[in-house]
Design a protein around this ligand. Structure first.
Ligand SMILES: N[C@@H](CCC(=O)N[C@@H](CS)C(=O)NCC(=O)O)C(=O)O
Length: 223
């Protein structure tokens, strides 16, 4: 019998679920995965009583109840410390950029929603100023990390795909699906590495096999 369950939302759209799922899978927690069909716009009634905050991802594991992707990331790192860099200063940096992602970049999140069925199709141009500001900041974070860790491996802190990469993974999906322009070569190489990670491949495959009637007009009809 599994040690618990991780509840996620429609994989095609649920960026927060992807973050939690990546941390749980990277930590190797033995949980069953339950997928709830999202209604869109925070209207999923099935979630209202399921998790304390009415949202996914939501984790139950060996008596622990954990909600919100960032605390799931921290919980998973208790079992798999390599989810954060080993060096204290790098770990502080990784936590800072993960938290910056978790609490910010609202313009990108609302203008460029995650839709894994959308492939490299630019949205309306030009992008709004606040969206461009978010994109530039994300590009700067990725570029800086890749310059520092170029010799060690393809991810933000080198060879290991950490919680920081999990936090930014849905942003990679968004940038790829909207063909976001103006990113550095280092950022584009980073996005390719994240997209090619076996767990990302698995998530995209599962998203592609979700029932057609789980698709939501509010995302599918975006220009
Ligand atoms: N801060 C939360 C945000 C979670 C969140 O907003 N999840 C969305 C799905 S991506 C949700 O559950 N929305 C409720 C709904 O659609 O009814 C986290 O980091 O986990």
């Amino acid at each position: 019998m599994a040690d618990g369950r991780l509840v996620i939302g429609t994989q095609r759209y649920s960026s927060w679920s992807l973050r939690g799922w990546l941390s749980v899978r990277l930590a190797g927690l033995d949980v069953t995965i339950e997928t709830v069909r999202l209604a869109g716009g925070g209207q999923t009634t099935a979630l209202k009583t399921l998790s304390p905050n009415g949202c996914v991802p939501y984790l139950e594991h060996k008596g622990a109840v954990v909600w919100d992707s960032l605390s799931i990331a921290e919980y998973c790192a208790e079992f798999a410390p390599a989810l954060w860099p080993a060096d204290r200063c790098e770990r502080a940096h990784a936590r800072s950029i993960a938290a910056e992602m978790h609490s910010g970049f609202r313009a990108v999140r609302s203008a460029l929603p995650m839709n894994l069925g959308r492939l490299n199709r630019p949205g309306p141009a030009p992008l709004a100023e606040d969206t461009c500001r978010d994109i530039a900041r994300i590009d700067a974070i990725w570029t800086g990390q890749r310059q520092t860790h170029a010799q060690q491996g393809p991810y933000l802190f080198g060879a290991d795909f950490t919680n920081a990469d999990a936090m930014f993974a849905p942003v990679v999906c968004r940038f790829l699906s909207f063909g976001v322009p103006g990113l550095s070569d280092a950022s584009r190489a980073y996005m390719a590495a994240v997209r090619a990670h076996p767990l990302m491949e698995e998530w995209y495959r599962q998203a592609a096999s979700e029932p057609q009637d789980w698709q939501l007009d509010m995302y599918e009809s975006l220009p």
